[in-house]
Design a binder for this molecule. Structure first.
Ligand code: COA
Length: 165
């Protein structure tokens, strides 16, 4: 086990590849981190607040098609996606059209987010549901039975890339 004391994100950190359908309807706040394979189906607005963390292979999809085969090829629809500040989106999450995720919330790995998720909660699943609120225990524990207070000042070096000082 290693516990890193620093995250070292200053502006926006993108681990390639990042895939963009259009590339002009996305806004991203300072301090966000995108692990490899983020896919934006950004036919309409995708707004991301500041200090958000994205695990690998997250898909944000504003677009869908009519279910009726008679109408399916006539057109498509796009609804905006909004993610608040300080959210953590786990690996392989899919966020569907029109979804808003509130500040600070955590979306667990593998979730399919079909509806809005409020602020300050842990949510996961397919379809994604709120599991619990973020609480005082989370101030004390960073993972299962592991307490912040039990960590030495530094137990491992955060991985450093060439451009880092
Ligand atoms: C959601 C998450 C943060 C854990 O939250 P937590 O509140 O600490 O949850 P716990 O680990 O105590 O698990 C609680 C229960 O939810 C289940 N659970 C946790 N995460 C889950 C997920 N993503 N999907 C389905 N079930 C999940 C656990 O199996 C456990 O079930 P149980 O009560 O039947 O034993 C974590 O599981 C997760 O998904 N992390 C994302 C990791 C990731 O994507 N990393 C990539 C780099 S960013």
């Amino acid at each position: 086990m290693i516990y890193y004391k620093s995250c070292m994100i200053v502006n926006v950190w993108i681990v390639p590849p990042m895939k963009l359908a259009v590339g002009k309807y996305i806004s991203i706040g300072d301090g966000c981190y995108f692990n490899a394979g983020t896919t934006f189906i950004d036919d309409w607005k995708i707004e991301i607040g500041s200090d958000c963390l994205f695990g690998p292979n997250v898909t944000l999809c504003t677009t869908g098609h009519p279910v009726s085969p008679a109408h399916r090829l006539e057109g498509m629809y796009s609804f905006p996606i909004k993610i608040g500040n300080k959210c953590w989106i786990g690996a392989n999450v899919i966020i569907l059209p029109g979804v808003t995720i509130g500040d600070n919330s955590v979306i667990g790995a593998g979730s399919v987010v079909t509806k809005d998720i409020p602020a300050n909660v842990v949510a996961f699943g397919n379809p994604c549901h709120v599991y619990r609120e973020i609480n005082e225990q989370d101030e004390e524990y960073y993972f299962k039975g592991h307490r912040f207070a039990d960590q030495p000042e530094r137990t491992g070096d955060a991985p450093k890339l060439d451009f880092m000082e």
